[in-house]
Design a protein around this ligand. Structure first.
Ligand code: NAD
Ligand code: TYD
Length: 339
């Protein structure tokens, strides 16, 4: 079995590469990644010498590079994590989101059509469903919830999902889609809420909470997401969408307070800043389908997962300090200076 994992130098993709190499020692895992600001080759250092692993630096929009890789590797499956993934960056400049997330997905699927594939899996997001109101805790996203996006990021992911389903119906491509809630864990890029707050708190910097901090996200430990994708590509039905989430809804402000507490930092570091434009209020996944069909259940509860995550950031300071000492400083300045 040969699997091309795109975006494997990013947060979830790298965790998936590690999971697959550990779980299936006889599989060949080929990571295709452009190494954008969010991709980090040092993350993959522990597997670089594994004879079952290959890294290829390329853009998923580069048809020639993608086709060459298919000719060389003759993959059985493609799992597409490669994407521009940060909502705030998409609000600042949508174009690259449309290119990578939509055209890149089409380019990969065209190669799958040309060379043949057993499964093309699209890693999508619960954000394609838009948001839920805070005063309706009885409502959850199911696979039948209409697509109703808010940001350029979620719109580009929704566009890709629609294309994936169209390639299934039109060309009979054997596809599947997973729509997961917010992930957290090791190797999470420090522009996102949890690692940003951990890094800032450790450096005694202000903790910028958007708006009133009452927006709700449904957090899942990254390993649980990887296990869900593993199940879907092996046992999930072709042409189907599976929602992935662990019923762990939390307000942003409560997460930030918890991080302060775990790190022994004062809550006085918390500062409320200008809200995100179009800010989604609440995400909440109903994972009944993946549970009933594939037996998936999350294994790491938030109390344990956040402790493991904080410990990882404490023990791997060089990984994130290297990032925040680079180009990230310009990003941070742009995004937070006058907020
Ligand atoms: P990330 O930003 O940490 O990593 C993205 C990776 O893709 C990076 O390694 C980057 O170099 C690579 N990449 C970007 N553009 C590329 C291109 N044109 N060609 C090849 N590689 C390219 O993202 P993440 O948080 O790991 O998310 C991975 C996927 O999971 C995304 O598709 C995202 O939409 C989805 N997702 C993320 C979350 C979350 O909470 N982070 C939740 C649900 C779904
Ligand atoms: P984020 O990690 O960007 O994920 P997403 O927007 O895709 O859910 O943000 C999670 C939540 O945290 C979201 O409601 C925005 C909020 N947030 C802050 O309050 N401050 C920050 O500095 C960041 C990055 C996010």
């Amino acid at each position: 079995m040969t699997i091309i994992v795109t975006g494997g130098a990013g947060f979830i993709g790298s965790n998936f590469v590690f999971h697959m190499l550990n779980t299936y020692p006889d599989y060949r895992i080929v990571c295709l990644d452009k190494l954008t600001y969010a991709g980090n080759l040092s993350t993959l250092a522990p597997v670089m010498d594994n004879p079952k692993f290959r890294f290829v630096k390329a853009d998923i929009c580069d048809r020639e590079a993608v086709n060459t890789l298919f000719e060389e590797e003759k993959p059985d499956m493609v799992v597409n994590f490669a994407a521009e993934s940060h909502v705030d960056r998409s609000i600042e400049d949508p174009e690259i989101f449309l290119k990578t997330n939509i055209l890149g997905t089409a380019t990969l699927m065209d190669a799958c059509r040309k060379y043949g594939i057993k499964r093309y899996h699209q890693v999508s997001t619960d954000e394609v469903y838009g948001d839920l109101p805070l005063d309706r805790p009885d409502l959850f996203f199911t696979e039948d919830t209409p697509i109703h996006t808010s940001s350029p990021y979620s719109s580009s992911k929704a566009g890709a999902d629609l294309l994936v389903l169209a390639y299934h119906r039109t060309y009979g491509l054997p596809v599947s889609i997973s729509r997961c809630s917010n992930n957290y864990g090791p190797y999470h890029f420090p522009e996102k809420l949890i690692p940003l707050m951990i890094a800032n708190a450790l450096n005694n910097k202000l903790l910028p909470v958007y708006g009133e901090g009452i927006n709700v996200r449904d957090w899942l430990y990254v390993e649980d997401h990887c296990k869900a994708i593993d199940l879907i590509i092996h046992k999930g039905r072709v042409g189907e969408v599976y929602n992935v989430g662990g019923h762990n809804e939390m307000k942003n402000i409560d997460i930030v307070r918890l991080i302060c507490k775990e790190l022994g930092k004062s809550e006085e570091l918390i500062t409320f800043v200008k809200d995100r434009k179009g800010h989604d209020m609440r995400y909440a996944i109903d994972p009944t389908k993946i549970h009933n069909e594939l037996g998936w259940l999350p294994e790491t509860c938030f109390a344990d997962g956040i402790k493991k995550t904080i410990t990882w950031y404490l023990e791997n300071r060089a990984w994130w300090e290297n990032i925040i000492n680079g180009e990230y400083q310009n990003y941070y300045e742009r995004m937070y200076k006058d907020r």
